[in-house]
Design a protein around this ligand. Structure first.
Ligand code: UDP
Ligand code: MG
Length: 165
């Protein structure tokens, strides 16, 4: 058995991807999930919740001194829409997940990225992705601590998606 946060640098690498409340409210959940599915990544964790303030503050602990922190926590936790939390698995999923999201500021995000295609403001940038193996470990453990919430499974597509040749 592997840890719930996977094995970085292998085909079992895992990352935490979230659709933020604006992405849920705007009906972008299926599009965002679909992009990861079609790429060949494997969904191993999925939940819908309004996160507690404690969870959001811990998730964004590195930003606690920033002027936008209180607004960021409110945006994530006020319950006007839930968050979709996911764990995705596959080769280079941490780095490629960030590439697929696009730049933090959507005004700088390229077309073809989620943010570049669907949003305009840094404060409403619709999605989150872990920025490193350390962040992925922290975030997966934080959002998916419960028993059985991350599922290791063999996809019948694995042999068609993953080869070292
Ligand atoms: N954020 C914001 N204003 C800023 C910078 C960041 O509202 O000036 C928010 C935005 O939602 C961003 C999140 O804080 O996605 C986390 O910031 P980070 O720099 O970690 O960007 P990310 O990893 O999400 O691309
Ligand atoms: Mg970040």
């Amino acid at each position: 058995a592997i840890p719930i946060y996977g094995v970085p640098g292998t085909a079992r690498e895992r990352t935490f991807i979230a659709v933020k409340p604006d992405g849920v409210q705007r009906g972008l959940v299926s599009d965002i999930i679909g992009r990861f599915e079609r790429r060949g990544y494997k969904l191993v964790g999925l939940k819908l919740l309004v996160p507690s303030a404690a969870l959001a503050k811990e998730h964004y602990a590195d930003l606690s001194s920033k002027p936008f922190f209180a607004g960021l926590v409110d945006y994530m936790t006020n319950g006007k829409a839930p968050v979709i939390g996911m764990v995705w698995e596959g080769p280079s999923v941490i780095k490629q997940g960030r590439v697929m999201l696009g730049a933090t500021d959507p005004k700088a995000a390229g077309p073809g990225t989620i943010r570049g295609d669907y949003c305009l403001s840094i404060g409403r940038n619709i999605c989150h992705g872990s920025d490193s193996a350390e962040s992925a470990q922290k975030e997966i453990s934080l959002w998916f601590g419960g028993r059985g919430e991350v599922v290791s499974w063999a996809s019948n597509n694995d042999e068609w998606v993953i080869s070292d040749n």
